[in-house]
Design a protein around this ligand. Sequence first.
Ligand code: ACO
Length: 332
Amino acid sequence: MTANPASPPRYSRITGTGSFLPARRVTNADLTAELAQRGVETSDQWIVERTGISARHFVDADSQVSDLAAVAARRALAAAALQPGDIDLIIVATSTPDMVFPSSACILQAKLGIAGCAAFDVQAVCSGFVYALTVADAMIRTGSASRALVIGAEVFSRLLDFNDRSTCVLFGDGAGAVVLQASDTPGILATELHADGRHAGILCVPGTVSGGQVSGDPLLKMDGPAVFKLAVGVLESAARAVLAKAGRQASDIDWLIPHQANIRIMQGTAKKLRLPLDKLVVTVDQHGNTSAASIPLALDHAVRAGRIRPGQTLLLEGVGGGFTWGAVLLDL
Ligand code: ACO
């Protein structure tokens, strides 16, 4: 269904946020001790200096991504004063789904006790939430949906090679959610998505399921310096593009919420945009890199802390495997 050209413009707006972190918090000291038992050497000092990470949360063996997503979704619904039955679209951004199929969004829908509305997953790794929000915004603006749940949820700990110290110290598990509703006023001001599959090899989990077996390596591989270089460049270009689309300046941004990969990438982006570092929302220190969950987790934490307030302008930026990247500029 498309909007009637004569009808007034239709926008989308975030009306509630929620998040969830698994109970098991693993500090750098905990992880260093665990890795030492495998003969893998690291330290709190190395991890903090190179990444800004002090702790992350790891899921227990019995929980799936849809379980984390369900708690975050219910919290976002409560914040928006809606019931699950009010929702007409569910998009889950994840690279760690419960199973090959059905989608985690369909499993989540059943866990929320609802049926009938569209539900699907988006797979764009650490850019997944920005991709999912862009799709939901487009569906709302064209009249295909009115009240969407957009969720980023990951159990990245299950993809980690704990013999590879250059990757296993970086990631954590969690979920973040927003309710996105149709509105007469924006809301989401502009969006920008990109991908370049030529860089697929610098950050990947190359295994798959074939003939009843795992085929290839099912653990995360990363060329850290190559990712670092690409990430800094594309985060700046996406920010400038989305600001230009919306007719805004970097100085209009109240809060920059980049994908929480590494404090040095995040601060580098803020500096390139000439934003003071106190406008940068940072949760990577306590959450690690939670891939598609990192932006909505950071958003919800800052909203609930009373830092981010209605009426403020936010720049959300994702970058990750694919290679994928993108940005969403919005008024809360
Ligand atoms: N503890 C101690 N030493 C380590 C560890 C560790 N956990 N990991 C690597 N090292 C060592 C290496 O073995 C190497 O030692 P060597 O010089 O004796 O060979 C040394 O540290 C330097 O290794 P580099 O990989 O060059 O370290 P670098 O300064 O580049 O930092 C890092 C690595 C943190 C991964 C960095 O490249 C980075 O931040 N890259 C961006 C990648 C990122 O953030 N990825 C997240 C996922 S992607 C995304 O979300 C967009």
